[in-house]
Design a protein around this ligand. Structure first.
Ligand SMILES: [Zn+2]
Length: 261
């Protein structure tokens, strides 16, 4: 064995009792009690028009299902959503260099919190992530993050960072990924573990069954003329999901988060 590798295997540092605490059996048992089979509905608005959001809200109100909305921009419908007891508003910051929300993290976070001043939940656009965001989110009062995709994974559990008071809630299923994968686009709601579903309202409005209609609408801005009226698409998936969810108790991410943080 190479000397360096041998050193790494033999000189494992021993944790001192004053720097770390060992997990007790009681801690482990209480973790298990936290195990969640919840289904949570979330949306990334991604600069879609208000009439698209209205379309989705109307269906949610009919079913009485709660949801968390990660908003990208200011618009008249935000005020209406703020008053809706079924809805939690979170932020959807875009940290890419071409962001229209600001030129750096501070400017972007300040801009987002002007739109949703009491936001405690966040999901970054395109699920962009850097370890630096743990501290940045703490600075701006974000306690729940859902910017990690563990697509169709079983037994998903939240991850808690004690140092920053942030809990990350991985996404179980996301509509655009389902479209790109191209086979069964329906999430398996019987799968074990936490199931956070991420819809983009535009794909529900378009009843997308692939990305063609979306790409055409993005080009000419005329979303209404690109609705898929034929085959089963994401509007059907969405309606099936909310009908299934409506028979039980539903939660927003903030409500679920309070169980952990
Ligand atoms: Zn996005």
């Amino acid at each position: 064995m190479n000397e360096l590798i041998k050193k790494l295997f033999t000189e494992v540092p021993v944790a001192s009792s004053d720097s770390v605490s060992l997990r007790s059996v009681a801690d482990i048992e209480s973790d298990n009690l936290m195990s969640s089979n919840e289904i949570l509905l979330t949306f990334d608005t991604d600069w879609c028009p208000d009439y698209v959001i209205e379309y989705v809200l109307h269906e949610l109100e009919k079913c009485g299902v709660k949801s968390t909305w990660f908003v990208t921009h200011q618009s008249p419908i935000i005020e209406k959503m703020r008053k809706n007891k079924l809805i939690e508003l979170g932020i959807h910051p875009n940290f890419h260099p071409d962001s229209t929300q600001g030129k750096d993290i501070d400017e972007i976070m300040n801009h987002m919190l002007e739109i949703v001043p009491d936001a405690v939940s966040a999901r970054t656009h395109t699920l962009f992530w850097t370890g630096r965001l743990l501290n940045e989110f703490k600075k701006y009062g974000i306690r729940y993050d859902s910017s990690l995709l563990l697509y169709r994974s079983d037994n998903i559990e939240p991850h808690r960072y004690n140092s920053t008071n942030l809990t990350r809630f991985p996404i179980f299923w996301e509509d655009d990924i389902a479209l790109m994968e191209g086979y069964d686009i329906m999430p398996d709601l019987r799968s074990k573990g936490l199931k956070i579903l991420n819809f983009h309202p535009i794909h529900i409005f378009l009843n997308s069954c692939n990305l063609d209609n979306y790409n055409k609408g993005k080009k000419d801005g005329d979303w209404r003329s690109h609705v898929n009226p034929y085959s089963a698409g994401l509007d059907v998936v969405f309606r099936t999901v909310i009908e299934t969810m409506s028979v039980g108790k539903t939660l927003t991410l903030k409500e679920l988060g309070k169980k952990y943080n």
